[in-house]
Design a binder for this molecule. Structure first.
Ligand code: NAP
Ligand code: SF4
Length: 651
């Protein structure tokens, strides 16, 4: 399990939480766990109050974690992460002057004495870690943090021995490794996380990285783990828009250069891809971080030959990274227990099995049905469409969101194996629900698209987002989109995007300007010039707020970059007047406009679909509403699955 920042330290009982979180992954048979990063000194923390391990007084806390992992048969190493110029604290430091574009604080430049004392900080934290029972440490040298900043010309313009030449720039990481090794002795594991491709101008070339990897081995590392891209890189590295396993060339480049085992990571979320990395000799080990949030039992399920039951990480980032970036703690869309192990009950068999009808087979309905059936209830699920999935079926048709199909596969397999009775293509009728003698009726009937009150809304050129995403032909070239929430953006991407960019390595590299040979510095080349867009798409919203404000922090920039490159226009602060043969009539302030368009796609949010609810109430039944049927506002799959899971477990 690769290192991942969880922000569990911001909650009460942080070490108990970490113990519960990691020990569950150890029980799931992750061979080796790398903790989230702990800073070796106050100026190296990720944010105020961020994790730091620099005092013997903290050993007892960490013992709680290491003991819990060991009791479950696991091994855990502590990642030592000095955030350098990315530390969101006024005291942040860097090898040379200059601010990162992703931090509001300007770093102070470390002088030579301070560099030496920072090396000592790493060694001391490593010693403390082993004293607390960790099986070793990982030194975080990638992703643009302090060590990476020393290795790259763009951030290291020093004139002392820690800069000035290739060798000088690499002295800091090598001294850190040597100091940690000297302090730990031979036995504890020492992992170095190398930046296998920087993806920023002025980063290292592939040849330089290979040479450096050899020196890392000689300096005393036991394993080299590979990281991809600096956090400020303008190239996505782990979002779902990145093809699976796309960074294999960068990993192979490191592997060829060393004799010690090399760990692959980033966009490896299935056993098949993991196996491929090892079987082809690209890497010796595979590290998964988010996939182990999604399913702590990935390894156990692979061993048992039930990989089809893995709750696969769909790389959405919605409940993990986006939560972290908005100062919440990490959890997981498909596994709401992740990070909440202490307060979220584990599945317990019920003493009194009930007959339960779940109406609606979208994320909320499926999550409820699976969890209720796991508790031993007798569950029947009705879905009006011929296939399960609800809104997931729309999401997975959007370029870059094909991973949603894995979520659907997981639920389908679990529902089948748990013996849930499925009525597909059947809208549950009042008679069925009355005669079924159900103890509980759960309405997960989801949402219906909102139809805004605009003159001409029933004009032939008006389509709903459902029409578009389910494949209704959008024959014309000029398209207006009303509404710019998550679905408005998805529809725009559907209309202009190229699905190949998230499925095929060559398309991805050429679109984003990655030099896959990594001969150029940082592995960046000029982004490919796109062919003329397939369509002219124009997005509108009534509010004056910046477009895409509510998109996920970790993925919104990707979507906005793509739409900008496809010349999608975005007009805020509009009032819609009418839709007619001429097109869309709207005003900005008092100024009237008409946009000649072939289609107007409505993405104006949703309303709860509760038709059946009122009918059941009038017959004396007390159905429970969940997901979009309960509240449509701000609904996404994270909330739908979370609420449904909690309700099924609490029932
Ligand atoms: P949404 O985010 O609430 O956006 C609805 C849009 O419709 C807004 O832009 C709103 O903007 C506009 N609107 C609302 N009422 C309107 C009216 N009466 N007339 C005209 N325009 C109106 O809803 P959504 O886009 O349908 O998405 C639903 C949920 O799925 C959201 O919670 C969203 O976060 C989630 N989702 C997330 C992603 C993702 O990538 N993370 C992708 C898809 C969906 P104005 O009021 O300013 O016009
Ligand atoms: Fe993966 Fe999404 Fe869960 Fe994050 S929230 S671990 S990206 S499935």
């Amino acid at each position: 399990m690769g290192a991942m920042h969880t922000r569990l330290e911001t909650l009460d009982r942080p070490y108990e939480r970490m113990a519960a979180f990691y020990s569950e992954r150890a029980a799931g048979e992750a061979g080796l766990i790398v903790s989230g990063g702990f800073a070796p000194s106050p100026e190296g923390v990720m944010e105020p109050g961020g994790p730091i391990f620099n005092s013997a007084k903290q050993i007892a806390d960490h013992r709680m974690v290491t003991r819990a992992v060991h009791e479950h048969g696991g091994r855990i190493v502590l990642q030592i992460l000095h955030a350098g110029q990315y530390a969101r604290v006024p005291s942040c430091v860097a090898p040379s002057a200059g601010m990162s574009r992703i931090n509001a604080f300007s770093p102070q430049v470390l002088d030579t004495v301070q560099v030496r004392s920072t090396i000592e900080d790493f060694a001391r934290t490593a010693e403390l870690a082993v004293g607390a029972g960790y099986d070793g440490v990982e030194i975080m040298g990638s992703e643009g943090y302090l060590i990476n900043e020393f290795t790259a010309e763009r951030t290291n313009r020093r004139v002392d021995e820690f800069g000035g030449s290739f060798e000088g720039r690499l002295l800091f990481p090598l001294e850190v490794i040597r100091a940690v090794r000297a302090r730990l002795g031979r036995a504890p594991l020492l992992i170095y996380r190398i930046s296998a491709i920087d993806l920023v101008e002025g980063g290292m070339t592939g040849d330089e990285i290979a040479t450096f990897a050899g020196w890392v081995e000689a300096a005393g590392a036991d394993l080299i783990s590979t990281g991809m891209g600096w956090h400020e890189a303008a190239i996505p590295t782990i979002a779902a828009t990145v093809p699976r396993g796309v960074w294999r060339d960068a990993v192979r480049n490191v592997k060829r250069a060393v004799g010690i085992p090399v760990v692959a990571s980033n966009r490896i979320n299935t056993p098949h891809d993991a196996e491929d990395f090892v079987a082809t000799g690209t890497a010796d080990l595979v590290s998964m971080a988010r996939p182990l949030l999604a399913d702590p039992e990935v390894a156990r399920k692979i061993r048992l030959g039930i990989s089809d039951e893995i709750n696969t990480c769909i790389a959405c980032n919605q409940a993990c990274l986006d939560a972290i970036f908005t100062r919440r703690t990490a959890s997981c869309m498909v596994n709401p227990r992740a990070g909440h192990e202490l307060e979220f009950p584990k599945i317990k068999l019920t003493h009194r099995a009930k007959r339960i009808a779940v109406v609606g087979g979208g994320p909320a309905g499926m999550a409820y049905a699976v969890n209720a059936a796991e508790r031993g209830h007798d569950v029947t699920l009705f879905e009006g469409e011929r296939q399960l999935g609800g809104q997931i079926n729309l999401a997975k048709s959007v370029p870059g969101k094909a991973e949603f199909a894995e979520m659907l596969r997981y639920f389908e397999v679990r529902l089948r194996k748990l013996g849930v009775i499925l009525h597909l293509g059947e809208f549950a009728t009042l008679t069925q629900l009355l005669e079924g003698r159900f103890d509980n009726i759960v309405l997960a009937t989801g949402v219906i698209p909102r139809i805004p009150a605009i003159r001409g809304i029933d004009h032939g050129k008006v389509l709903s987002y459902r029409d578009v995403l389910t494949g209704k032909e959008v024959a014309g070239q000029q398209v207006a989109i009303i509404g710019a929430g998550g679905i408005g953006f998805d529809v725009a991407e559907f209309l202009v995007g190229d699905p190949a960019q998230s499925l095929d390595a060559d398309s991805f590299f050429s679109y984003w300007g990655v030099d896959r040979t990594n001969r150029r510095k940082g592995g960046v080349s000029a982004a490919a010039i796109r062919k003329a867009s397939r369509r002219s798409v124009h997005m509108f919203q009534r509010s004056a707020e910046p477009f895409g404000q509510r998109l996920g922090k970790s993925t919104g920039w990707i979507l906005k970059t793509k739409l900008r490159r496809e010349n999608v226009t975005m007009t805020a602060g509009v009032t819609y007047d009418a839709i007619d043969d001429e097109g869309l009539h709207y005003r900005v302030g008092d100024e009237p406009h008409v946009l000649q368009v072939d289609h107007v796609v409505l993405c104006a949010g949703q309303e709860s679909n509760r038709g059946l609810y009122a009918e059941l109430l009038t017959h004396g039944l007390r159905p429970q509403l969940i997901g979009g049927a309960a509240a449509a506002g701000e609904l996404d799959a994270v909330r739908a699955i979370d609420e449904a899971t909690r309700m099924a477990l609490a029932m």
